[in-house]
Design a protein around this ligand. Structure first.
Ligand code: SAM
Length: 398
């Protein structure tokens, strides 16, 4: 199958410019390394860590940078609950003791490297067990790029975590629904206004008055490829199958997976892994995003399918596991820009995790340059080219 219109994909350049395409071997050696983040001028002097896969890397996330600047100006001190801690920037503010909460496995590894003892949690989780007393100051960066349900779940969670009389600093991007979410937060908190602006970034300060916490959005539920899917707020393609994923599963229709050890790398809702399990494969589903891990576990359970779901930055938590097949629709966004570091590490992980004779099946937007790193695994074949996507496959030499 051929055809489909060409897609324009804008690649994010590193701050220093130049070519950012290291060999897969070189990158496999550096992907997991934690490094100092590049900070905007107004935050110079602070020390913050990052790594590929963390929002904003190699810099800090722009909304979080404005949040830190604003909180420093407000002379915030003492315990601060940061529900989107990323690399832990707020811990660098003078006098702040950070309670770092994150759902991203790459960010959690950075927070641990910084000695911050983070909590892995998602919107809706009760934090009382870890911190019986609520902190008087709470901070959150809206993930408007992950959809309306995700941002509304974040607002409800921030409300539940802020004690009456406590203050929420809410940051976001004007182009990703910030005004709408601040209005929703203002309604729940009873007060609040935008106090800082920097280009498209905004920060609001809200003081919580007594009142009920807004309801959390319900998970999406739909059926596709014989699988009943549970899509939690913020999970990739939570409400319907992704076009690329559908093309991948269509291309694999005739594949015999019975009894095979299969890895769904970057599982999201778990559609691909559950589909493989329904065909008799012994499946492992991995995602770096904790909400996706919960979603994938719910999808397996909804279908009564066996399988393990692992919260992991690429294959970092997979121990000695190896596979006969790896199926993936790799990510190429981390926050706002197009970043291929994670996708390239998915391919490097395939090299580490495929048994001899094992095969990687990968779907990608046509312009994405995955063929070169894939050649380090084995000979590359294109199974399908359709609707602007391609399905590539490579088998590790026996
Ligand atoms: C394009 S989505 C595909 C989701 C799902 N497989 C599907 O087809 O609908 C890519 C997935 O990779 C996950 N991901 C991003 N960075 C990751 C990382 N560092 N380690 C593991 N998974 C990651 C994302 O959370 C997302 O669920």
């Amino acid at each position: 199958m051929t055809g489909g219109k060409r897609q324009k994909i804008r690649f994010q350049r590193p701050a220093s410019g130049g070519d950012r395409t290291p060999s897969p071997q070189a990158e496999a050696g550096t992907y997991f390394d934690v490094r100092p983040a590049l900070l905007p001028g107004r935050l110079e002097g602070l020390h913050v860590l990052t790594k590929p896969g963390v929002r904003g890397c190699p810099e800090v996330d722009a909304a979080q940078a404005l949040l830190a600047t604003t909180m420093r100006k407000d002379r915030v001190r003492g315990d601060v609950l940061d529900l989107t801690a990323m690399g832990g920037l707020l811990a660098a503010l003078p006098g702040v003791t950070l309670r770092a909460v994150e759902g991203s496995a790459p960010a959690l590894s950075v927070l641990r490297a910084a000695g911050l003892d983070p909590l892995a949690a998602v919107p809706g989780d009760d934090l009382k067990e870890r911190w019986p007393e609520r902190a008087k100051t709470v901070a959150l960066v809206l993930a408007g790029d992950r959809g309306n349900a995700c941002a509304l779940a974040q607002v409800a969670w921030a409300h539940a975590c802020t004690p009456p009389g406590g203050t929420l600093y809410l940051a976001g991007d004007r182009d990703k629904g910030y005004d709408r979410y601040v209005r929703a937060a203002g309604k729940a908190f009873g007060t609040g206004e935008t106090i800082a602006r920097d280009e498209g970034m905004r920060v609001a300060r809200l003081v919580r008055r007594p009142g009920p916490t807004p309801a959390y959005p319900e998970p999406e539920r739909w059926e596709g490829f014989g699988v009943r899917v549970v899509g939690l707020p913020g999970v990739f393609s939570a409400g319907r199958p992704d076009k690329a994923t559908a093309i991948l599963l269509g291309a694999l229709e005739g594949l015999d997976l019975a009894g095979k050890r299969v890895l769904d790398l970057g599982c999201g809702t778990g559609l691909i892994g559950a589909w493989a399990a329904s065909r008799g494969a012994e499946v492992t589903l991995v995602d770096g995003d904790l909400q996706s891990v919960r979603s994938a576990a719910a999808t397996l359970s909804e279908n009564g399918l066996p399988g393990e779901v692992v919260h992991s930055d690429v294959d970092a938590e997979l121990g000695e596991r190896t596979f006969d097949a790896i199926l993936t629709n790799p990510p190429f966004h981390v926050g706002r820009g197009v970043v291929l570091d994670v996708a390239r590490e998915f391919i490097a992980a395939a090299r580490r995790r495929l048994r001899p004779g094992g095969t990687l099946y990968l779907v990608a937007n046509e312009p994405l340059p995955y063929e070169t790193p894939l050649r380090a695994v084995g000979e590359v074949r294109e199974l399908v080219r359709e609707g602007g996507f391609k399905v590539l496959t490579t088998t590790r030499a026996g």
